[in-house]
Design a protein around this ligand. Structure first.
Ligand SMILES: Nc1ncnc2c1ncn2[C@@H]1O[C@H](COP(=O)(O)OP(=O)(O)OP(=O)(O)O)[C@@H](O)[C@H]1O
Ligand SMILES: O=C(O)C1=C[C@@H](O)[C@@H](O)[C@H](O)C1
Ligand SMILES: [Mg+2]
Length: 167
């Protein structure tokens, strides 16, 4: 395998965690989810960090987490949905691995995220929040090496597409 890490980016609910876990299992690599990494390091939830410290403080922690995690190798790294917003994170990801972006149709995303309350940026009118964040981020994932639509493909099919692309 010529790549040091595989890094999965994408909007909330596009399947980064599900695909990342399956991909890591398939490759026999370690799986790291940067949202979970930050939560366990801080001993709190992302929702509580947004509420107590604010989004800018969370973004700083996210940048530090990405840089620290990507020092390692043979990892599949699922990133937070907004990790791509900072240019230094994008540069780090491109340098340290092969970047896969997952996308999905807005209605699919809304269905996948509407049940739970762990995402501070999509509270309240979930439909309105998803549409406006998708609009604001419409080019945010373009820097990836590979872009896959998870709206209709299964997790296993997506893993196969990535494996095909990197071999
Ligand atoms: N390809 C897929 N087909 C059908 N359902 C999927 C697919 N990928 C993920 N899901 C389901 O969609 C939901 C969101 O997936 P997941 O948590 O992996 O997304 P995510 O991008 O990590 O989201 P976030 O980081 O915002 O929590 C889960 O219930 C998951 O089982
Ligand atoms: O899209 C985003 O900005 C976010 C996505 C989640 O993965 C978390 O990182 C957090 O809720 C922010
Ligand atoms: Mg996730």
């Amino acid at each position: 395998m010529k790549h040091k890490n595989i890094i999965i980016v994408g909007f909330m609910g596009t399947g980064k965690t599900a695909v990342g876990k399956a991909m890591a299992e398939r490759l026999g690599w370690r799986f790291v989810d940067t949202d979970h990494y930050i939560e366990s390091k801080q001993g709190t939830t992302i929702s509580d960090m947004f509420r107590d410290l604010g989004e800018p403080a969370f973004r700083n922690m996210e940048g530090e987490a990405i840089a620290a995690v990507l020092e390692g190798s043979r990892q599949v790294v699922a990133t937070g949905g907004g990790a791509v917003l900072a240019e230094h994170n994008r540069v780090c990801m491109q340098q340290e691995g092969y970047v896969v972006a997952l996308k999905a149709a807005p209605e699919v995303i809304i269905n996948r995220v509407k049940q739970d309350e762990k995402r501070p940026l999509v509270q309240g009118d979930v439909k309105e929040r998803v549409y406006s964040l998708l609009e604001a981020r419409k080019h945010a994932y373009d820097f990836a090496d590979l872009i896959i639509d998870s709206s209709t493909a299964s997790v296993e099919e997506i893993v196969e597409q990535v494996i095909d692309a990197i071999q």
